[in-house]
Ligand binder design. Structure first.
Ligand code: ADP
Ligand code: MG
Length: 331
């Protein structure tokens, strides 16, 4: 396990829960992050099955060493259960977000190699990568995808949200009474604790050290999915180059936000939106929230303001010691 990622996990979202109960608790390294599964009452068999499912999803969806890499390298191939579902869902969500979330940025993302190469690409290389990164270069027919003009798929922005959605279905099918699933920055809280109460999910302060949090929410049966410029980045000449790409420029998005948290009942949608709304910035994200339904937002701005949408404000407990100004946005 990579220590950096483990620390990142600890920092991203800290789920406060009752200890010493009759539960199963397991952490594994998968999908380039730490996954922690916590289930009440104890059910080791189900946890084994869920871990197996996460490895299976990773093998299919990874653009670095999974089936998606092979599909990208071969300019197409057969879609399996997860990749087919995710590609179709991603095309819909990309259109919904006006392209701010895009599953066809593979060439650009690999060129930047944030967290690996950490070098700013040359302008002509970036222009070439951008010219291939278009939805029209993707065709789906008879369970296969074909990729034209060098376009490459990348599901990095949605794979964990999709995976947590799959795990949620397993919890429901098995009648689990309470669970917390955490995949990197994505949390799903399910049912109730043995004492009948819901869960507290703390949100990491993007300006602070990994263990600082700016607020927490009391809720259940919800996905809590965060994206921000503090998760994966490098710094050069005083500038931060982070891993959320603006599909219009091909470079890290210059957002007025430092983190976006989406609270919703659909893991795939929440993960696509957390990335897209970071790219959009505060005003466009709030307009999007007014237009679309089925999710709530916690936005942290560079100006020190935390904006809560009205549907989550009642469950949110601010951590006043972090110095933010908290405000509520109504529909
Ligand atoms: P994390 O994976 O850390 O939770 P995100 O869900 O925001 O964070 O996803 C960021 C990842 O998604 C990047 O590492 C990259 O692989 C990919 N990506 C970056 N920008 C975009 C974008 N605008 N649309 C779709 N995918 C993106
Ligand atoms: Mg995302």
């Amino acid at each position: 396990m990579k220590t950096k990622n483990f620390l990142l996990f600890l920092a991203l979202l800290c789920v406060l829960c009752a200890c010493g109960e009759n539960k199963s608790l397991r952490s594994i390294y998968v999908m380039d992050s730490v996954a922690t599964l916590q289930i009440y009452p104890q059910n080791e068999e189900l946890v084994d099955e869920m871990c197996g499912k996460l490895y299976e999803i990773d093998r299919e969806l990874s653009a670095y060493d999974g089936d998606i890499k092979n599909i990208n390298d071969s300019s197409g191939g057969e879609l399996k259960v997860h990749s087919g579902h995710l590609l179709n869902g991603s095309l819909v969500l990309s259109e919904k977000t006006g392209g701010a979330f895009s599953p066809v940025l593979g060439t650009v993302i690999e060129l930047w190699g944030i967290g690996e190469k950490n070098a700013v690409p040359k302008q002509d290389e970036l222009a070439r990568a951008m010219s291939t990164s278009k939805l029209e270069n993707v065709e789906i027919a008879d369970g296969c995808v074909s990729l034209k003009n060098g376009v490459r798929l990348n599901f990095g922005a949605v794979a964990k949200g999709y995976a947590s959605e799959v795990l949620r279905e397993m919890l429901v099918k098995n009648g689990v009474s309470g669970a917390v699933i955490s995949l990197g920055g994505n949390v799903y809280v399910h049912g109730r604790k043995p004492d009948g109460s819901g869960w507290n999910v703390a949100l990491r302060d993007p300006q602070g050290s990994p263990n600082d949090w700016f607020g927490s929410m009391h809720l259940t049966d919800r996905f809590v999915i965060s994206s921000g410029d503090y998760e994966r980045y490098f710094e050069k000449d005083g500038k931060r180059f982070h891993h959320i790409i603006d599909p219009e420029t091909g470079s890290p998005a210059e957002s007025d936000l430092t983190s976006v948290t989406v609270i919703c009942e659909d893991g795939l949608l929440g993960d696509a939106y957390s990335t897209a709304l970071y790219v959009m910035g505060r005003d466009a994200a709030l307009s999007f929230w007014r237009k679309e339904h089925g999710f709530e937002l916690v936005l942290v701005g560079r100006d020190g303001r935390v904006t809560l949408t009205e549907g989550i404000a009642g469950s949110f407990i601010p951590n006043e010691s972090r110095g933010y100004i908290y405000e509520v946005e109504n529909r």
